[in-house]
Design a binder for this molecule. Structure first.
Ligand code: ADP
Ligand code: MG
Length: 408
């Protein structure tokens, strides 16, 4: 195989970030770059490096022949066709695996002295916990580096990784390329492919862009048939999520049954204040102790005449108040909500009572702006969505782990 490695490909391979995230269209050359990433640095005695794709069968049919081809000149290597491994005379190994059997990988230590040691290919299709719980610990011993590459799959965990790589954390660096930009197929072949795809598919599969199939809907996973349910049992403990606005005080009432957030009711008061809402919650649901308000209400009140903040008012009415010290980014809250509505394995972990008309309306009508934040132009929208998602982000966020939150 005659390889072409341009400046950008070398930049990715040699970049000092620990986690390198590469989002590209199909046939940009991600898998090929993955193989080079694992092979181009000298392997130390006993060192192990690993390639992982979503499925063992996929690894076997795609990466195994590529690696064999690249190593065909090397007489020093023993190939194990069953285990898909390459062992060198100094006992170093390249292991090719599938994430469908990821638990069997626990305990393996990868890399040597900061080497490029692991690839998750088509990472958007590998369950999030495989990277966080299984692969990350494998890199600790030797401070080894990972390449996470994929065609995007909507706004899932790979999108979050990509966004982290665009931020300030020096451990993460991300790149995005379209197949048209330094990709490995001709413009004619791309044009052919385009004819077989919807506009959204083309954006995702060829341009390597993050799109939600279904436009700019903020709650892209919501489906009336799946999520609107009259609760059969009342959750044993009920909570209130609150968003405070003069025009609309919005509260959602919910609880958890086994693994599922069950939203049972919504309360609202127009042209009112936090005080009145606190009383209203007490009157309708006297059993509620814990509230999950907008974190911004710690310091101020949108509605109180005296100097009391929204959180203080809730406490004065005997509620516990749980909120992050700082408001989470709305994109993160939307991600948490969408993931509970439908996760990568098709599990539904949030249902809504048909009573919650305003929340359902938010689910169906709220739109995202091009920067991913909520479009607030229609003043009647977003309040109920907000009131629920502060809680989801605090208690059910899968991405931001171990974050502390303020308890009052
Ligand atoms: N750096 C490269 N030099 C030469 N050919 C390449 C290179 N990268 C990829 N290719 C070729 O382009 C095609 C697509 O590459 P692949 O790595 O499978 O893309 P992806 O994983 O992004 O879909 C393959 O036929 C591969 O051999
Ligand atoms: Mg590939």
């Amino acid at each position: 195989m005659k390889l072409k490695l341009d400046k950008i490909r070398w930049e990715i391979i040699n970049h000092p970030a620990k986690y390198k995230i590469l989002s590209c269209g199909r046939r940009w050359g991600k898998s090929t770059l993955s193989a080079i990433f694992l092979l181009h640095q000298k392997l130390q005695a006993g060192e192990r490096r690993m390639y992982l794709s979503p499925y063992h069968s996929q690894t076997k049919s795609i990466m195994f022949p590529v690696m064999k081809n690249l190593l065909s000149q090397n007489s020093d290597v023993k190939i194990n066709e069953t285990e898909l491994s390459f062992t060198f005379s100094n006992n170093a190994q390249i292991l090719l695996k599938g994430a469908d059997n990821a638990n069997s990988l626990r305990g393996i230590s990868l890399g040597y002295d900061g080497s490029n040691a692991v690839v998750l290919d088509e990472c958007a299709y590998i369950k999030e916990n495989v990277f966080t719980e299984i692969v990350m610990p494998m890199l600790f011993d030797h401070n080894a580096k990972a390449l996470l590459c994929s065609t995007p799959a909507s706004f899932n965990h790979f999108y979050n990784l990509y966004m982290t790589g665009q931020g300030q954390d020096p451990n993460y660096k991300s790149w995005q390329f379209s197949t048209l930009d330094k990709g490995m197929i001709s413009k004619e072949a791309v044009a052919d492919a385009k004819r077989t795809m919807t506009a959204d598919q083309y954006k995702q599969e060829i341009l390597g862009d993050f799109v939600s199939i279904g436009g700019n809907k903020a709650v892209w996973n919501f489906d009336r048939n799946k999520h609107i349910k009259e609760p059969v049992d009342m959750p044993p403990v009920l909570y209130a999520g609150c968003d405070f606005n003069v025009s609309m005080m919005a509260t959602t009432i919910f609880g958890v049954i086994s693994d599922t957030v069950v939203v049972v009711d919504e309360l609202y008061l127009e042209n009112s204040n936090t005080e009145a809402m606190a009383k209203y919650i007490k009157q309708k649901y006297p059993q509620i102790k814990d509230t999950f308000p907008d974190p911004a209400g710690k310091a101020r009140s949108t509605t109180a005449k005296n100097n009391h903040s929204d959180h203080m008012i809730l406490k004065q009415h005997g509620f516990n108040v749980f909120a992050r010290p700082k408001a989470p980014h709305v994109k993160q809250r939307l991600y948490d909500l969408n993931r509970l509505l439908l996760d990568a394995e098709d599990n539904v972990r949030l249902t809504v009572s048909p009573k919650c008309e305003k929340l359902i309306r938010d689910f169906e009508l709220c739109q995202r702006k091009p920067d991913g934040s909520l479009d607030k132009t229609d003043l009647s929208l977003t309040h109920f969505l907000d009131s629920l998602t502060y809680y989801l982000n605090l208690k059910h966020s899968s991405y931001v782990k171990n974050i502390n939150y303020a308890e009052f």
